[in-house]
Design a protein around this ligand. Structure first.
Ligand code: NOJ
Length: 735
């Protein structure tokens, strides 16, 4: 008898394994009562708050898990801690459905990589994919199943603090970075124990906040929305992103967390997304202050009907969904659909097969801050830096200088290089700029440090010592910028120059006549025209993570030749914002000889540094831009080639960029659009032919009737080292 029972048991297991995920989801769904279904749609923080404090049910999350009333927790981590909590779900709740643990692993769990904007400056999607892979390996070892990343919001406004979390202003570069990160987090097999589910966010248009003020209103045309802001989302959905987060903002009068147009029409119907949507922190509850829901109950109704499956922290679904179903205002079918999407991802993650597979304390111990991960953060940090100026080749510095002055409030900061959203990043793990320089140099070089001033203070007492030190040294390295909490969520700035009196400090050091190198550490483009005008060498380092100091020293002393390019335009002055390279021409483009054209009376129209800009210790010469055809049909492709020579004396990498312009369309087109790029490495003196293919897909846009098509007509193609310094050729598309 025992043998027969065992046989039946084994058969049922192998049958279960043969069942598709959809069948398994259905069989779980069939067992669930309404309360348990709603439970799957509820997420609370199991730790700290990452948003305005909300009032949670009094029982506390462990009791709610036991009752099957929570499907997910955020802000808990650790192999042992998550195991303890998961055990309650899978051993003490009626249906034993595993929880999914989410966390903001934005640029690392403990081993902090450069901030996303910095990584985007590498223009190296495969490096970014590897970084996300490492982040997943580390986070998954600490019990995390799901990261609320990548943030794929396009940002054309550097006042917006969250620009640091994304990949800048361009939809093409942004899409490649989004896809790279999704692939890195999710790997080839979401059910492996070292991959985690990605969550693309914030859907959508969040980066378009008016005035760059966080959470502010967004309003733009559907064309701009689809061509600019939605593109990285669409690319990431196509790449298989498991989940998506609704945004806080409204677009054109409809808050995203209640937007059927976004969460259902575009996302599910057009893009066929089959993962689940989580709200942002209390964003369903915020439908009330937005003014589209009179109370939390109506907010819950709007959210679930729009297609927001999981309610993060608003209590709206927890408190009101069952009432709404009983009153017939929300159908069972809608609830079932949302539950199905969440269970589907839990199955894909393999949580039903082994809910504890992310909970091995030994693996966590061996993985977190492992040597290889730390090494990977160093490589990412090197590639993220952008050399903005290098007059008379002041850089790289010689390693045998006698005395070096390291000055500035960020030069020896342990905390700031971590950047915002650094999760479990620990200041003790950080190598500061001062430490990095000392690590690099032998005993024969004296390296001294003076803070000079604080980041925000007005006190100039420290200037005297800093100036004395500069006077007594061969070179002054001045590290200035923003503290790490000046960029990120709720960290918008109306003035984006160097905070406090830091620019005065740089000016005092510059007056000594000593060679000055400015190292910028910041989370957004800054307006620094004086520095660009006067200082010989400037490096944008953003926030580079735990290996910041070593990476910066590698660049300062020539062990790494900088190759980063700006993923976002730097304005000269805040009044130019929004300023971005792929703008429209207007009916009156600027003409210095015509008063009635589009310009500012008190400022040049150009940016301080254009999109795609970045120097190297070598030079690159472009020649022989050629097209294999000058005329193509709408469904044909075209090959573009160019020779790039390393015309300097050191080896280096260059990002060769291709832009197009559609000269006449049924609607206006941008003056330039990035369509391709290639990062190549060239030995000194070496030449490479770089080839690009312009496919019909790259020429398509939303025409006057909102059809995504190629229109016949004349095009320009530009290839060069940044969005302004380009060679150009022409071609036409015929019917
Ligand atoms: C609010 C942020 O907008 C979002 O990006 C983040 O993932 C959640 N809080 C959770 O921490």
């Amino acid at each position: 008898m025992k043998k027969i029972l065992l046989f039946i048991f084994i058969c049922s297991i192998s049958f279960a394994q043969k069942k598709t995920i959809e069948q398994r989801v259905d069989s779980v769904l069939a067992l669930m009562n309404l309360e348990e279904k709603i439970g799957q749609l509820v997420q609370y923080s199991g730790g700290w708050d990452t948003g305005t404090q909300t009032s949670r049910p009094r029982e506390g999350h462990i009791e709610l898990i036991r009752k099957g009333k929570i499907g997910s927790l955020l802000n808990v981590f650790g192999a042992e801690e998550t195991k303890k909590i998961q055990k309650v779900a899978v051993e003490e709740s009626r249906l034993k459905i595993p929880l999914i643990f989410g966390l903001d692993v934005i640029h690392g769990f403990r081993a902090t990589f450069p901030i996303p904007l910095a990584e985007a400056s590498s223009w190296n999607p495969s490096l970014v994919e590897k970084s996300a892979r490492w982040q997943a390996i580390e986070a998954s070892s600490a019990g995390i199943h799901w990261t609320f990343n990548p943030m794929v919001d396009i940002a054309r406004d550097p006042r917006w603090g969250r620009i640091m979390e994304g990949s800048g202003e361009d939809p093409y570069l942004g899409s490649l970075m989004a896809v790279a990160r999704v692939k890195g987090y999710q790997g080839n097999d979401l059910s492996a124990n070292n991959t985690i589910a990605a969550c693309i966010k914030h859907f959508a248009g969040y980066g378009g906040a008016e005035g760059g003020r966080d959470y502010n209103t967004v309003d733009f045309s559907e064309r701009t929305f689809r061509e600019v802001y939605l593109r990285p989302f669409q690319a990431a959905v196509n790449a298989g992103a498991a989940t998506l987060m609704a945004s806080f903002n409204e677009v054109g009068g409809v808050p995203s967390s209640g937007s059927n147009f976004l969460q259902t029409k575009i996302l599910r119907k057009e893009w066929k997304f089959d993962g689940f949507v989580v709200s942002d922190w209390n964003s369903v509850g915020e439908l009330i202050p937005h003014g589209v829901a009179k109370d939390l109950k109506q907010a819950a109704e709007l959210g679930i009907k729009a297609g927001v499956d999981m309610d993060m922290e608003a209590n709206a679904y927890y408190n009101h969904l069952s009432e709404l179903v009983n009153e017939g205002k929300v159908s069972q079918k809608i609830i079932d659909e949302s539950v199905r999407r969440i269970l589907r991802i839990k199955f894909r993650l393999g949580l039903f097969d082994d809910p504890y597979k992310y909970c091995e304390a030994e693996r966590e111990k061996n993985t977190v801050m492992s040597k290889q991960i730390v090494q990977a953060t160093l490589q990412s940090a090197r590639e993220a830096m952008v050399l903005l100026k290098n007059k008379n080749n002041l850089l790289p510095l010689k390693k045998d200088l006698k005395k070096i002055a390291v000055i500035g409030p960020l030069a020896n900061s342990k905390d700031d290089p971590l950047g915002g959203w650094s999760q479990q990043g620990n200041a003790n793990d950080v190598v500061t700029v001062l430490e990095g320089i000392k690590n690099k140099l032998g005993k024969s070089t004296e390296v001294n440090y003076e803070e000079g001033c604080t980041i925000l203070g007005e006190e100039k007492n420290g200037f005297t010592k800093a100036v004395e030190l500069a006077n007594a040294s061969d070179v002054a390295i001045v590290v200035v910028g923003e503290s790490r909490n000046m960029a990120g969520e709720a960290s918008s700035r109306a003035k984006i120059d160097l905070p406090g009196i830091q620019e005065d400090l740089v000016q005092s050091i510059q007056k000594t006549g000593k060679p000055v190198v400015v190292i910028l550490m910041n989370g957004r483009p800054l307006t620094i025209p004086w520095i660009q005008e006067n200082v010989s060498a400037v490096i944008e380092t953003w926030y580079l993570g735990i290996q910041a100091g070593n990476a910066i020293a590698d660049v300062l002393f020539g062990d790494y030749n900088p190759s980063g390019k700006l993923p976002v335009t730097f304005p000269r002055y805040v009044g130019q914002i929004p300023i971005y390279y792929n703008h429209k021409n207007t009916g009156r483009p600027y003409n210095p000889n015509d008063h009635y054209t589009s310009y500012y009376q008190d400022l040049e129209n150009t940016p301080l540094y254009p999109f795609g800009f970045g120097l190297s210790y070598t030079t690159f010469t472009y020649s022989n831009l050629s097209l294999n055809k000058n005329k193509i049909k709408k469904n044909e492709s075209l090959k573009v080639s160019v020779n790039v020579k390393n015309s300097g004396s050191v080896d280096g990498a260059e990002v060769v960029q291709l832009y197009i312009r559609d000269l006449v369309g049924s609607v206006t087109r941008p003056v330039k659009e990035l369509k391709d790029f290639s990062k190549i490495f060239l030995k000194a003196g070496e030449t490479k032919k770089v080839e690009f293919t312009i496919t019909p897909e790259k020429l398509k846009f939303y025409d006057i009737n909102m059809r995504f098509v190629v229109e016949p007509g004349d095009f320009k193609v530009f290839v060069g080292t940044n969005s302004e310094d380009v060679k150009e050729a022409s071609f036409s598309v015929v019917d």
